[in-house]
Design a protein around this ligand. Structure first.
Ligand SMILES: Nc1nc2c(ncn2[C@@H]2O[C@H](COP(=O)(O)OP(=O)(O)OP(=O)(O)O)[C@@H](O)[C@H]2O)c(=O)[nH]1
Ligand SMILES: [Mg+2]
Ligand SMILES: [Zn+2]
Length: 302
């Protein structure tokens, strides 16, 4: 009888899966059994059962997932570390809003990291971005950590938030996800990229998702950055549910999506008219609402 062992998928490269065996912490390479291959794709973060067959490890069962994401394609995460950089590249608030929607829809705790805080020394006007993040996002009680890999600021604070969690790092290419992770687990062979001089964008340095262990109870996932990102799985009718800041202003109408023009101006829209900060976030909401609605309308026509 071959011994059955439980493990967690830590990477997937060239058809092979790295499985960290829970009992021994050893990482072995394994292939899925034909049966598993047929049933579902395996994601980094999956908990699996493996056994040795001849000199090969075989994944013959994928345990039930707590959650799964398509972008980044990972399973069983409890926390999403959404990384922005203060500059080079500039904060992408549309991407941030989309990721927050995903977190609230999937029951994943969000943490916002604003990296490259050292740029503030060169350009004081960047403090406006920080103010904006305070006013919109920290006000929603989302933990916001301000970091700089250059002078190690905020890294310990972030490490504290990772304890006991499986955290996926996400955000645009070049914001410094891998740099932050390398700062926390210095012995690993993590690739750090350049920023294009002309574009200020990252160069998609991290090609594969990889799960690292910080200690017995804390894990982090480095993921490739992206330049575009679409919402999926979410109906435009539900979109407002994933905006905790909207719920503070009790809307006057039942089933209101806070987008109608004309006479039915609801509490949310009244707030928009008064508050410049809130307005930008609302405009991004309307944009996403319309995009999701268009997509859904198209589906029905088919
Ligand atoms: N000035 C400054 N530069 C930083 C900081 N953190 C990272 N960088 C630089 O930003 C560039 C991109 O860093 P990466 O860690 O590769 O970024 P990433 O988010 O992992 O990018 P992808 O893997 O492409 O998604 C590198 O040149 C880093 O040296 C920081 O705090 N301050
Ligand atoms: Mg990277
Ligand atoms: Zn409304």
């Amino acid at each position: 009888m071959e011994e059955i062992q439980e493990g967690r998928i830590v990477y997937h490269e060239l058809g092979k899966y790295g499985v960290q065996i829970l009992k021994t912490n050893e990482i072995v390479e394994a292939c899925p059994s034909g049966n598993v291959k047929k049933k579902k794709n395996i994601l980094v973060g999956d908990q699996v059962k493996i056994k040795k067959s001849y000199d090969q490890y075989v994944i013959y069962e994928v345990l039930e997932r707590k959650n799964e994401l398509i972008r980044p394609p990972v399973a069983n995460i409890s926390q999403m570390i959404i990384v922005l950089s203060l500059s080079h590249p500039s904060p992408d608030y549309m991407l941030l809003d989309k990721e927050l929607i995903l977190c609230f829809a999937k029951g994943i705790k969000p943490v916002i990291v604003v990296n490259k805080m050292d740029y503030l020394e060169q350009d004081e006007t960047l403090s406006l971005e920080i103010e904006y993040i305070y006013k919109v996002y920290q006000k929603m009680n989302i933990p916001c950590v301000f970091t700089s890999v250059k002078n190690s600021a905020g890294i310990q604070e972030l490490k504290g938030l990772l304890s006991g969690e499986i955290s996926a790092f996400s955000g645009n290419s070049g914001v410094g996800k891998s740099s932050i992770i390398k700062e926390m687990i210095s012995d690993q062979d993590i690739q750090i990229g350049d920023i294009g001089k002309k574009t200020g964008h990252g160069k998609h340095t991290t090609k594969h998702i990889r799960l690292y262990e910080i200690n017995n109870t804390s894990f982090i996932l480095d993921t490739p950055g992206f330049s575009s990102y679409e919402l999926y799985d979410i109906s435009y009718k539900d979109l407002k549910e994933y905006y905790p800041d909207f719920k503070e202003y009790h809307c006057d109408f039942k089933d209101c999506n806070h987008v109608t023009e004309g006479e039915n101006v609801c509490a949310i829209k009244r707030k928009v008219a008064l508050d410049e900060v809130f307005q930008k976030r609302y405009e991004r909401y309307v944009y996403l609402y319309q995009k999701l609605k268009e997509m859904e309308d198209k589906k029905y026509k088919k």
